[in-house]
Design a protein around this ligand. Structure first.
Ligand code: NAI
Length: 330
């Protein structure tokens, strides 16, 4: 089975090589079509993503993508935003689960966030009204709200979850968020076994650090989901541990939630776990659940034992030492 791999910037190439070696050691049975993409590729060849890389993804339909640097305020638009829009990868799924081996002030967190990925303030509809006034338009449609809400409920049923919480700000944005909330309850009627509730986003931010265990599956709009999912990563020990998938009808893209970490790039100390767990989500998507389970088990064992950990988790191990420890257990 072929998949497309984008290597990206910063720590991207290091964690990609590491993850592919682990996938092979677990007997995942995948072949890789690997492409350099991102800032370095843009500077070298003038394109952020070479045409052959797009063609490979359009053929294979499954992409494992490492992080890419997006310059602030100049140059190209975020490649991530572009990929999500181009391939209509409308559901951004971010599971944040406490790991007994990684101590944080919060225990037993197990939140799966479904973030709408294609519209809201990220639709890119912006204009300068005058040199001193800029407008960014928030777009919410019934169609996109319905499909993300449905994806969240379908997941809840499939994974034996109990509750879906709709996060919004409908008290202020009565039309856009009001419709999102309304669609949520319309769809919820079709899922009698799952509890449905809604909460206002600012309250959710507070509740998440007071009592995160109350949340199960969350479905929300693009901007709120972006911010709150970084918050959930903090609850479980940081960005180095949060995987994600971007799923559409036909296409899927798997990536870590963190960025290219230029501050530690090339030092050989990046934590590949989030990217590895993203690869596990990909294996599960492809039906290769056994290989995924094997890798998850090996990672849990290594983290639990605590002897070999990367510096972001308080250890002193290099990426290579951590990788070797995982592979030894496969
Ligand atoms: P970042 O996530 O790259 O880094 C934030 C902090 O977390 C840094 O101190 C970094 O060293 C640490 N960190 C992140 N991932 C880590 C890992 N795997 N192991 C150990 N430590 C890790 O966020 P930042 O600095 O805001 O963004 C850097 C670049 O990445 C920017 O150009 C940004 O646009 C881009 N970015 C790309 C994303 C993607 O391609 N999916 C997502 C987020 C940011």
């Amino acid at each position: 089975m072929n998949i497309t791999v984008f290597k990206g910037d910063g720590i991207g190439p290091e964690i990609t090589d590491c993850v592919l070696r682990i996938l092979d050691a677990a007997g995942a049975g995948l072949s890789y079509e690997i492409f350099n993409v991102g800032e370095a590729e843009y500077e070298a060849h003038g394109a952020l993503i070479p045409d052959e890389a797009f063609a490979s993804y359009e053929k294979n339909k499954v992409l494992l993508k490492s992080p890419i640097t997006t310059p602030v305020g100049k140059g190209f638009r975020s490649l991530n935003v572009m990929m999500r829009k181009k391939y209509d990868l409308y559901a951004n799924v971010r599971p944040a689960k406490s790991n007994a081996a990684v101590k944080t002030p919060f225990e037993n967190v197990d939140i799966v966030m479904f973030r709408e990925n294609t519209e809201d303030l990220y639709a890119g509809v912006e204009e300068m009204i005058s040199p001193d006034e800029a407008h960014s338009i928030k777009i919410i449609t019934r169609k996109c709200s319905e499909r993300i809400v449905r994806a969240a409920f379908d997941y809840a049923v499939k994974q034996g979850r109990k509750k879906v919480t709709c996060v919004h700000k409908a008290n202020i944005m009565k039309l856009s968020d009001g419709m999102f909330r309304e669609v949520f309850y319309e769809v919820a009627k079709e899922y009698e076994t799952i509890e449905a509730e809604d909460k206002i986003v600012d309250n959710v931010a507070m509740q998440m650090v007071m009592r995160p265990q109350q949340f199960d599956v969350i479905v929300t709009e693009n901007l709120y989901g972006d911010i709150l999912s970084d918050l959930t990563s903090g609850l479980i020990g940081g960005l180095g541990l949060l995987p994600s998938s971007n799923i559409g009808d036909g296409y899927a893209m798997f990536e870590a939630v963190h960025g290219s970490a230029p501050d530690i790039a090339g030092k050989g100390i990046a934590n590949p776990t989030a990217f590895l767990w993203s690869a596990c989500m990909m294996l599960e998507y492809l039906g290769k659940t056994e290989a995924a389970a094997k890798i998850r088990r090996a990672v849990d064992e290594v983290l639990m034992e605590g002897r070999v950990r990367t510096p972001d988790l308080g250890g002193t191990a290099t990426t290579a030492e951590y990788e070797a420890e995982i592979i030894a257990r496969l």
